[in-house]
Write a protein that binds this ligand. Sequence first.
Ligand code: NDP
Length: 241
Amino acid sequence: MARVAIVTGGTRGIGAAISISLKDAGYKVAASYGGNDEAAAAFKEQSGIAVFKWDVGDFAACKSGIARVEAELGPIEVLVNNAGITRDAMCHRMEAEAWRAVISTNLDSVFNMTRNVIEGMRGRGFGRIVSISSINGQKGQMGQSNYSAAKAGLIGFTKALAQENAFKGITVNAIAPGYIATEMVKAVPEEVLKTKILPHIPVGRLGEPEEIARCVTFLASDEAGFITGSTLTANGGQYMA
Ligand code: NDP
């Protein structure tokens, strides 16, 4: 029987590559998204992957969304916490709303999703939870105190959850990507990319979404059962944690 996987924010960018990689590896995949119906419909059309809309920052919405996914596809065995946003500002100018939005979507979401699948995983004696952190959660980034806090918090959560569930056949890991060529990063002017970003990446290029997707698919596999509580860094050598 194919295992069931859910990827939050699985309709665009890195998440879309993860959804497709898991599908190609034989999983039944659900991709969730927050509001961009057009992108989700196009992704569903192209990939044949089921899409589900809810706000991952909302606990009750996660609970009912997961119930819908499980009714359609079966019990969730792989959870990929990928949905994320940025609301950049220097802390001394940051609005409280920008702090709250980023913590809600990038960190509360990880609890909201995990809490609603973990009991089922424990009961069945198998689970894989992979959460997408960031290089900026490891090293901090000026203008991103909210984002860096959320992405670092996710790493602590991963280590605690890994300890709580290791003996239940559940592994819990994080991936910390560097700069990945998604729409967001591709929108950076060529000149800025060449002079300010690429010189700091020893491999000399941006990462591809598929390179992060391969990390997820490996950590989700049955063969990765001895890896738990770890953070896999995939950043072209930009920061060696
Ligand atoms: P994108 O902006 O391309 O896609 C984000 C996805 O998350 C979309 O599917 C979006 O849905 C969904 N999403 C956003 N907010 C919510 C919400 N409240 N509820 C449900 N879904 C939501 O992001 P990326 O692919 O660039 O990034 C993916 C992850 O990787 C993020 O966690 C990001 O922080 C992390 N990351 C990215 C890096 C990069 O270089 N791109 C580097 C390091 C980490 P919708 O389409 O409806 O908006």
